[in-house]
Design a protein around this ligand. Sequence first.
Ligand code: SME
Length: 165
Amino acid sequence: MSYALAFAATDPAGLWAEAGDAAAALVAGEPDGIANMANIAALIWQAIPDLNWAGFYRFDGHELVLGPFQGKAACIRIPLDKGVCGAAARLRATQRVDDVHAFPGHIACDADSRSELVVPVIANDRLVGVLDLDSPLPGRFTPDDQAGAEALVARIAAALAPSIS
Ligand code: SME
Protein backbone atom coordinates (compact mmCIF):
# COMPACT_ATOMS: atom_id res chain seq x y z
CA MET A 1 0.00 0.00 0.00
CA SER A 2 1.38 3.37 -1.04
CA TYR A 3 0.42 6.36 1.08
CA ALA A 4 1.45 8.81 -1.63
CA LEU A 5 -2.11 9.28 -2.84
CA ALA A 6 -2.88 11.25 -5.99
CA PHE A 7 -6.24 12.08 -7.54
CA ALA A 8 -6.47 12.92 -11.22
CA ALA A 9 -10.18 13.18 -12.04
CA THR A 10 -11.61 16.62 -12.71
CA ASP A 11 -15.29 15.80 -12.13
CA PRO A 12 -16.93 14.95 -8.78
CA ALA A 13 -18.05 11.45 -9.79
CA GLY A 14 -14.55 10.60 -10.97
CA LEU A 15 -12.91 12.04 -7.87
CA TRP A 16 -15.22 10.12 -5.57
CA ALA A 17 -14.60 6.92 -7.54
CA GLU A 18 -10.85 7.37 -7.12
CA ALA A 19 -11.31 8.25 -3.45
CA GLY A 20 -13.44 5.14 -2.95
CA ASP A 21 -10.77 2.91 -4.47
CA ALA A 22 -8.07 4.54 -2.35
CA ALA A 23 -10.23 4.23 0.78
CA ALA A 24 -10.81 0.52 0.22
CA ALA A 25 -7.07 -0.02 -0.22
CA LEU A 26 -6.23 2.04 2.90
CA VAL A 27 -8.47 0.10 5.26
CA ALA A 28 -7.78 -3.35 3.81
CA GLY A 29 -6.64 -5.70 6.57
CA GLU A 30 -6.72 -3.04 9.31
CA PRO A 31 -9.22 -3.79 12.10
CA ASP A 32 -8.84 -0.55 14.08
CA GLY A 33 -11.83 1.64 13.29
CA ILE A 34 -10.29 4.81 14.73
CA ALA A 35 -7.13 4.44 12.64
CA ASN A 36 -9.24 3.83 9.57
CA MET A 37 -11.44 6.88 10.25
CA ALA A 38 -8.29 8.99 10.62
CA ASN A 39 -6.92 7.89 7.27
CA ILE A 40 -10.26 8.27 5.49
CA ALA A 41 -10.73 11.79 6.85
CA ALA A 42 -7.25 12.70 5.58
CA LEU A 43 -7.92 11.05 2.22
CA ILE A 44 -11.20 12.92 1.67
CA TRP A 45 -9.58 16.20 2.79
CA GLN A 46 -6.91 15.68 0.13
CA ALA A 47 -9.16 14.41 -2.68
CA ILE A 48 -12.29 16.55 -2.44
CA PRO A 49 -11.97 20.31 -3.04
CA ASP A 50 -13.58 23.22 -1.20
CA LEU A 51 -14.02 21.64 2.23
CA ASN A 52 -13.39 23.35 5.55
CA TRP A 53 -14.06 20.23 7.66
CA ALA A 54 -14.05 16.51 6.91
CA GLY A 55 -14.34 13.77 9.46
CA PHE A 56 -16.34 11.45 11.64
CA TYR A 57 -18.59 11.44 14.65
CA ARG A 58 -18.88 8.05 16.36
CA PHE A 59 -22.12 6.75 17.88
CA ASP A 60 -21.51 5.65 21.46
CA GLY A 61 -24.95 4.05 21.85
CA HIS A 62 -26.43 7.29 23.16
CA GLU A 63 -25.10 10.27 21.19
CA LEU A 64 -22.48 11.22 18.60
CA VAL A 65 -18.93 11.80 19.83
CA LEU A 66 -16.23 13.58 17.84
CA GLY A 67 -13.92 11.24 15.96
CA PRO A 68 -10.94 11.66 13.63
CA PHE A 69 -11.20 14.69 11.37
CA GLN A 70 -9.40 17.38 9.37
CA GLY A 71 -10.24 21.04 9.89
CA LYS A 72 -10.78 23.29 12.88
CA ALA A 73 -11.48 21.96 16.36
CA ALA A 74 -15.17 21.07 16.59
CA CYS A 75 -17.98 20.43 19.05
CA ILE A 76 -17.46 17.12 20.81
CA ARG A 77 -20.90 15.69 21.55
CA ILE A 78 -24.03 15.88 19.38
CA PRO A 79 -27.34 14.44 20.61
CA LEU A 80 -29.31 12.60 17.94
CA ASP A 81 -32.04 15.23 18.04
CA LYS A 82 -29.60 18.04 17.23
CA GLY A 83 -27.92 19.31 14.12
CA VAL A 84 -27.39 17.94 10.65
CA CYS A 85 -25.26 15.12 12.04
CA GLY A 86 -27.92 14.14 14.57
CA ALA A 87 -30.55 14.03 11.82
CA ALA A 88 -28.39 11.79 9.61
CA ALA A 89 -27.76 9.42 12.53
CA ARG A 90 -31.35 9.38 13.80
CA LEU A 91 -32.92 8.94 10.37
CA ARG A 92 -30.09 6.78 9.04
CA ALA A 93 -30.33 8.89 5.92
CA THR A 94 -27.85 11.19 4.22
CA GLN A 95 -28.43 14.89 4.83
CA ARG A 96 -27.35 17.17 1.99
CA VAL A 97 -27.84 20.76 3.06
CA ASP A 98 -27.28 23.60 0.58
CA ASP A 99 -27.65 26.34 3.21
CA VAL A 100 -26.84 25.34 6.77
CA HIS A 101 -28.36 28.57 8.11
CA ALA A 102 -31.74 27.39 6.82
CA PHE A 103 -31.46 24.00 8.55
CA PRO A 104 -33.37 24.00 11.87
CA GLY A 105 -30.99 23.09 14.68
CA HIS A 106 -27.81 23.31 12.63
CA ILE A 107 -24.79 23.38 14.95
CA ALA A 108 -22.29 26.01 13.82
CA CYS A 109 -18.97 24.50 14.87
CA ASP A 110 -17.13 26.58 12.29
CA ALA A 111 -18.76 29.89 11.40
CA ASP A 112 -17.29 29.59 7.89
CA SER A 113 -19.48 26.58 7.01
CA ARG A 114 -22.23 27.28 4.48
CA SER A 115 -23.20 23.83 3.19
CA GLU A 116 -22.90 20.33 4.58
CA LEU A 117 -23.10 16.66 3.58
CA VAL A 118 -23.56 14.03 6.30
CA VAL A 119 -23.61 10.31 5.48
CA PRO A 120 -24.55 7.76 8.15
CA VAL A 121 -22.11 4.90 8.62
CA ILE A 122 -24.04 1.65 9.06
CA ALA A 123 -22.33 -1.73 9.44
CA ASN A 124 -24.26 -4.96 10.01
CA ASP A 125 -27.40 -2.87 10.55
CA ARG A 126 -25.74 -0.99 13.42
CA LEU A 127 -25.09 2.74 13.47
CA VAL A 128 -21.32 3.27 13.70
CA GLY A 129 -21.43 7.05 13.32
CA VAL A 130 -21.53 9.64 10.55
CA LEU A 131 -19.16 11.05 7.95
CA ASP A 132 -19.51 14.85 8.05
CA LEU A 133 -18.27 17.14 5.27
CA ASP A 134 -18.54 20.93 5.53
CA SER A 135 -17.86 23.57 2.91
CA PRO A 136 -17.51 27.35 3.07
CA LEU A 137 -19.35 27.51 -0.27
CA PRO A 138 -23.16 27.54 -0.35
CA GLY A 139 -24.64 24.61 -2.27
CA ARG A 140 -21.22 22.98 -2.56
CA PHE A 141 -22.46 19.38 -2.51
CA THR A 142 -24.20 17.97 -5.60
CA PRO A 143 -26.12 14.72 -6.02
CA ASP A 144 -22.87 13.32 -7.51
CA ASP A 145 -21.03 14.19 -4.29
CA GLN A 146 -23.77 12.52 -2.26
CA ALA A 147 -23.70 9.37 -4.41
CA GLY A 148 -19.90 9.27 -4.31
CA ALA A 149 -19.68 9.75 -0.55
CA GLU A 150 -22.40 7.15 0.07
CA ALA A 151 -20.63 4.64 -2.17
CA LEU A 152 -17.29 5.24 -0.43
CA VAL A 153 -18.87 4.81 3.00
CA ALA A 154 -20.72 1.65 1.93
CA ARG A 155 -17.45 0.08 0.76
CA ILE A 156 -15.60 0.65 4.02
CA ALA A 157 -18.30 0.88 6.72
CA ALA A 158 -17.33 -2.41 8.37
CA ALA A 159 -13.72 -1.23 8.68
CA LEU A 160 -14.87 1.90 10.57
CA ALA A 161 -16.64 -0.05 13.31
CA PRO A 162 -14.87 -0.34 16.67
CA SER A 163 -12.07 -2.85 16.64
CA ILE A 164 -12.87 -6.15 18.29
CA SER A 165 -9.21 -7.04 18.74
N1 SME B 1 -22.64 21.26 11.65
C1 SME B 1 -22.80 19.97 12.27
C2 SME B 1 -21.97 19.85 13.51
C3 SME B 1 -20.63 19.26 13.27
S1 SME B 1 -19.53 20.37 12.60
O1 SME B 1 -20.04 20.84 11.32
C4 SME B 1 -18.05 19.69 12.45
C5 SME B 1 -24.25 19.72 12.61
O2 SME B 1 -25.09 20.61 12.51
O3 SME B 1 -24.56 18.60 12.99
